[in-house]
Design a protein around this ligand. Structure first.
Ligand code: PMP
Length: 398
């Protein structure tokens, strides 16, 4: 059997396509505006993105990206360490650090490589990594690299500081990294940051909060750490620019010594090109807008609360709280794929998540500032009208 035999034998996607239920890689035509996107020539309400502040087509953000291309060109053409460093990068790092309450920041080319680069660089032989069991794949993959370098990687129960404390109490050394999401991207709940801080401080562990889904949307825009009044108590924070900052890229925030260490030793940082001028400028323009309009930060959360309550009342199994993410749970793969298809046929785009992206079967619905009560009431009307179709699963996948 040659290496590619597994690819030739791979049947799952074809089976789902043949059943007319394939939901992945939809090709949208154009930008999302006012919460609406165009799919197969028809308008759909975009409830599957993490564009919480609806800034991806904001005129200032788009203009900043255009101006950066005009002035800096399209590429950094190399690693920042050598030739790809721009004043744009350093200005964004300074503003992020200042806004989020850390000494320094370091950009990476995606949120994924941020987590990969931070975890794998900081934890190695003789260290332990404790992951919330529902932590994002990028934190898990960073920990896998740490394990390859000799770290012990363990999990604690989701949002359970007591379980973490029990494990840290018997840990062989105090050289531990504890990693969690701030707002869980799939479950839509918040990490208990004060309790995690207390446990980490008691056992001398270093806490990393990945707040990809909190910055912009929680804590008047400053994320989950500030939402809980824990500024200055969490030593490491990461974020993605592909959510509220409406761009591409990511960043880690920490004390200046840690950032300098990462700048010189984190492999995804030094062996990959600097963030493009357009992405850097767009993220910076979004950050300015988020700072300027702290009063709009909770719009997406308020929209999600409205939708969550209505779907619950109609009889859907909804979860999540205090965040823009509304998970709707289904019994199995066919049920969730059928629901996704029925909704898209009626002008609503949501994301169907299956294992390993989540531990069950769910539609991930995410609200943004563009989802006004009128838009959501129309969505709720569709859910109500289709309740029977959505909750039954008439189509079968082979
Ligand atoms: N962390 C979390 C919690 C995420 O949900 C994601 C995906 N949006 C990432 C990291 C990776 O971010 P990016 O898309 O910028 O690679």
């Amino acid at each position: 059997m040659d290496l590619l035999e597994k690819c030739r034998a791979y049947a799952w996607a074809d089976e789902v396509r043949d059943a007319g239920l394939y939901p992945y890689y939809p090709a949208f035509q154009g930008a999302v505006e006012g919460g609406q996107a165009v799919l197969d020539g028809a308008e759909v309400c975009m409830l599957g993105s993490s564009n919480y502040r609806a800034l991806s087509s904001n005129l200032q953000v788009v203009g900043a990206a255009q101006d950066a291309i005009a002035l800096y060109g399209t590429s950094t053409t190399g690693s920042r360490l050598l030739n790809g460093n721009l004043d744009l990068h350093e200005e964004l790092e300074a503003d992020l650090a200042n806004y989020l309450g850390f000494e320094a920041a370091l950009l990476f080319s995606t949120g994924y490589t941020t987590n990969l680069g931070v975890v794998s660089c900081l934890a190695g032989r003789g260290d332990q990594v404790y992951l919330d069991e529902k932590a994002h794949a990028s934190l898990i993959d960073g920990a896998r690299l740490s394990a390859a370098a000799g770290a012990a990687v363990l999990q604690f129960r989701h949002n359970d500081p007591d379980d973490l404390a029990r494990q840290l109490a018997t840990a062989p050394t105090r050289s531990a990294l504890v990693a969690t999401e701030g707002v869980f991207s799939v479950e839509g709940d918040l990490a208990p940051v004060p309790e995690l801080v207390a446990v980490c401080e008691e056992y001398g562990a270093t806490l990393l909060v990945d707040d990809a889904h909190g910055v912009g949307a929680i804590g008047r825009g400053r994320g989950v750490i500030h939402h809980f009044g824990m500024g200055g108590r969490v030593p490491l924070m990461t974020l993605s620019f592909s959510t509220s900052l409406a761009s591409q890229g990511g960043a880690v925030l920490a004390d200046a010594r840690t950032i300098d260490y990462l700048r010189h030793t984190s492999r995804p940082q030094i062996f990959s090109s600097g963030l493009s001028p357009a992405d850097t400028a767009a993220a910076h323009a979004s950050l300015r807008e988020i700072r300027r309009r702290a009063d709009r930060a909770s719009d997406a959360v308020a929209a999600a609360e409205h939708l969550r309550a209505a779907l619950d009342a109609i009889g859907f199994d909804v979860a999540g709280s205090d965040s823009p993410v509304v998970p709707v749970r289904f019994s199995d793969q066919v049920a969730v794929l059928t629901a996704q298809r029925v909704l898209v046929d009626h002008g609503i785009h949501t994301s169907a998540l299956l294992p390993p992206a989540c531990q069950g079967y769910q539609l991930r619905i995410a609200c943004t500032a563009a989802h006004t009560p009128e838009v959501l009431d129309a969505v709720i009307g569709v859910f109500a009208a289709l309740r029977e179709d959505l909750l039954s699963n008439p189509r079968r996948v082979a």
